[in-house]
Design a protein around this ligand. Sequence first.
Ligand code: NAD
Length: 487
Amino acid sequence: MSAHISTIAGVTVDTRHWIGGERVASAETFTDVSPIDGSTLGEIARGTATEAAAAVAAAKAAFPGWASTPRTERARLLHAVADGVEKRLEELSIVETSDNGALLRSHRRGVMPRVAHNFRFFADWLLKLEHEDFDTRGHTNSVSWDPAGPCVLITPWNAPLMLATWKIAPALAAGNTVVLKPAEWSPLTASLLADIAAEAGLPPGVFNVVQGYGSEIGDALTSHPDVRRISFTGSVPTARRIAVSAAANLTPLSLELGGKSPLLVFADADLDLAVDLAVEQYDNAGQVCLAATRILVEESLAQEFTRRFVAKAAALRQGDPREEATDIGPTIHPRQLDKIDGFVRRAIEAGARVVVGGHRGDGQYYTPTLLTDVTQDSEIVQEEVFGPVLTLQTFATEDEAIRLANNTRFGLAATVATGDHERAERVTAQLVAGTVWVNCFFVRDLQAPFGGSRHSGVGREGGTWSFDFYCDVKNTVTAPKGWKDHG
Ligand code: NAD
């Protein structure tokens, strides 16, 4: 077995970059460790500016051929990638779970089917993409979505392949070529996707993967003059660095960032539903950008809500994410665990009361936590923890609920639990968020716009919004036959 090959639960993963249709090694590697038990999963190529430049060059060379490939053929190839994902669904699921610790059952039943759907959806959307011509004094305006060029896509570890393919699929459908830089804490499924794309028949250089630490390889990708789009999902501090780096070439950016989203529970809500929505926020050990981590409950309901929440949270089973019965797996990395615990310790020092959890579990696990007696301006209410930590605050009036909900620097999502339709309309109209759910959570359709307001992001992707971002949108104005401008 070569040094570049890892075998994870019987699945073979090549840990080198994928550039121009070939596996490329780096002089150095870094160790990828499983959050489940700390076992080594592989030695991953540690990319540098050299490999970044090679990947962008490969994407640039492949661009003219891919951009001029007929839409129907691009769509056919993307469906072939989806077929490959479905064929290897079990392998992708076990490797992803081993790498990032999210539940195997979620990967099997939700995430990986969604990965395949990402390719199918954008392939089909491409074929439907059109704008009706319109007339200006006899002149015809025709809008087209022209491929932009090589795109750099940078993704986080909490839902690696899901978030990557939500960018890769529209970027490729649009006729662009791609360089993907997956997160260093979860690099493996990106490598499997390279195999799948090659088997599906994507031409060399159309899809490339470079591995490595963002701090070492990131700038070389984001400041490259041949890169035409950068789509990034990750944290606010990294987004700032990327924005500075991209500024050199004014490269257009799409930024999907963090959140501190509220769940507003009004006294007229279905209480069981509201409690279920609140407990759901522990999914993926709370490492979900959209998680509604600030629970805001109307005063009159707070005691009963808390009683039922505590009972439900106590029933959650924390443990090995490969086991069917597990509800919550480990946190991704010892550093993330320390970060989460640091937030909780400082909150307690500042006067927060622990209602549930509030401490580390075994290994890399953090107990699902609920804190109350927190003030609006405190760190625990204002900053994203990215772990299984929720706060509970109460409100007396609708206005106060909205004020608390909007009072952070984020604006990714918000969830409202109410039985009053008119209240729902009034409240949702005033919430600052890219996505608002009423009496539901995490219902997402690929044709819907997705993104964040304020520090939660810049721009929207999804459906036509994705094509707007990944393309140079062009308007062509054609004069009627025999027309002369007399001025
Ligand atoms: P991160 O910002 O640390 O890393 C994200 C990616 O950026 C990684 O691939 C990393 O290697 C890369 N990177 C790091 N430094 C870079 C640089 N200087 N140049 C280019 N790339 C660089 O984020 P993370 O810890 O991996 O992810 C967690 C964050 O992501 C949370 O804030 C979460 O809310 C956010 N997130 C947002 C969404 C969304 O859709 N809005 C979805 C998932 C996660």
